[in-house]
Design a protein around this ligand. Structure first.
Ligand SMILES: Cc1cc2nc3c(=O)[nH]c(=O)nc-3n(C[C@H](O)[C@H](O)[C@H](O)COP(=O)(O)OP(=O)(O)OC[C@H]3O[C@@H](n4cnc5c(N)ncnc54)[C@H](O)[C@@H]3O)c2cc1C
Length: 413
């Protein structure tokens, strides 16, 4: 395949795709157009090791910049695509230039949900999506600084853990009655609530932010809908993200909070694929037609799927989705999705910080496992959930049975 390929977006999916495309034998021109000044980099460390000063900027890069030159991949950084003409097969850039393509790959990631309350533009109200955002947050963290984190999801909690370990006074404000309400089971939420409280983080649950207070444009506090308020020096808003499908929608592609794609990452236009956070994709293991996954494993998988499709290689099958989060000394690994869950079994000791929550459907098939400091359970569960293995709840709960010996029945056909 020698077609000119243009990739819109220069993040994790874009970088992985360019490499996969060359590996699959594509020899034509490839151009990555990315709005950020950095070559494709990893976002997970932004809220973890990098924020704590344990990783350098070079550690963030997926590959050294020289890789792209060696592979004849043109990097157009600090360059935003402003439009796609799907009929003429041209993308226009914000600087007025245009680029022709035979095949376009959209990898525009996600955009952060905005909190629409008075004072949100005050100096000191920050958010975290890019390395530049992380830089701004890092610059504000110091011993004793009062930090309010709006949103008790993964990113908010990782920032809380990192800031706390650097000596900040941290309060997490979460609208739902529990942390991680949309993305984790109750036992896991309860575990993280305990862990953050033990580390000195204040948690305000079931609390809605109604305004940010400021003096001379600088943040001084957060006001809640219940009338309470909290003084703070800096706030980080992390209330989730939406698929960045603005360009795709304007170009007439089928979108629904994300660009709708099939298992080969094809969009509704035969010359356009889409990959990563910006897509809404099938997850065949669970019979789901459209789901938005925001994770590195998803970006890597779709990069391989799209590259194989464009190069006429055998289709790359979708794996069971998985994800991780690091907070303090806790490594959480989640595999699968909690779809049609009829029974939940906890294995191990949450109080000791090492346990796993198994989710089974009505037939006893393993749908999902949330593993806390339990890598062996995660590795085994990846295989079992992929194979729709039927497991026995009593054997899961029995810690005297080794993980590998839990299964006793054959996979369901
Ligand atoms: C702080 C943080 C921590 C995370 N931690 C984890 C984790 O622990 N585990 C995990 O699995 N995932 C984690 N994620 C999610 C993971 O980083 C994303 O799923 C992944 O980056 C998706 O890759 P992507 O290429 O689709 O999007 P992105 O990496 O976001 O890249 C999209 C790029 O497209 C650019 N772009 C958008 N529009 C345009 C345009 N019009 N023109 C040009 N460029 C454009 C954007 O500027 C951006 O650089 C984390 C994310 C964040 C922000």
């Amino acid at each position: 395949m020698n077609d000119a390929v243009v990739i819109v977006g220069g993040g994790h999916a874009a970088g992985a795709f360019a490499a996969a495309l060359r590996q699959a034998g594509h020899t034509g021109p490839v151009t990555i157009v990315g709005a950020e000044p950095l070559a494709p980099y990893q976002r997970p460390p932004l809220s973890k090791a990098w924020l704590k000063g344990e990783a350098s900027s070079d550690d963030l890069l997926l590959r050294p910049e020289s890789f792209y030159a060696e592979k004849s991949v043109t990097l157009r950084l600090s360059t935003r695509v402003s439009g796609i003409d799907a009929t003429a097969r041209i993308v226009t850039l914000e600087n007025g230039e245009s680029l022709a393509y035979e095949q376009l790959v959209i990898a525009t990631g996600s955009r952060l949900r905005q909190l629409d309350v008075p004072g949100v533009r005050s100096q000191g109200v920050l958010e975290l999506r890019t390395a530049a955002d992380a830089e701004a947050i890092k610059a504000r963290i110091s011993q004793g600084v009062r930090m309010a984190i709006v949103g008790g999801g993964y990113v908010g909690l990782e920032v809380a853990a990192s800031a706390r370990s650097l000596g900040a006074e941290v309060t997490v404000i979460e609208r739902e009655p529990r942390l991680l309400a949309r993305v984790a089971s109750e036992p896991l939420s309860a575990f993280f609530e305990r862990r953050h409280r033990e580390q000195g983080v204040q948690l305000m649950l079931g609390a809605t932010v109604s305004a940010f207070d400021a003096q001379d444009g600088r943040l001084t506090g957060v006001r809640l809908a219940n009338g309470r308020s909290l003084a703070c020096d800096v706030a980080v808003v992390g209330i989730g993200a939406l698929g960045e499908d603005t360009l795709a929608k304007a170009a007439g592609l089928t979108c629904s909070d994300g660009i709708v794609v099939d298992e080969q990452c094809r969009t509704s236009d035969p010359h356009i694929h889409a990959i990563g956070d910006c897509t809404r994709r099938p997850v065949p293991r669970y019979g789901l037609q459209q789901m938005r996954l925001e994770s590195v494993p998803n970006a890597l998988e779709q990069a391989r799927q799209a590259a194989a499709d464009l190069c006429g290689k055998p289709a790359v099958k979708s794996e069971v989705p998985w994800f991780w989060s690091d907070q303090y000394d806790v490594r959480l690994q989640i595999v699968g999705l909690p779809v049609d869950v009829a029974q939940r079994v906890v294995r191990g000791d949450a109080a000791a910080g090492k346990f796993a929550v198994y989710h089974l459907d009505a037939q006893g098939r393993l749908q999902c496992v949330e593993a806390v400091n339990a890598p062996a359970e995660f590795v085994a569960a990846r295989q079992w959930a992929g194979a729709s293995m039927v497991l026995d709840a009593a054997r899961i709960a029995d810690a005297s049975i080794a993980v590998k010996d839990i299964p006793v029945k054959a996979p369901v056909a």
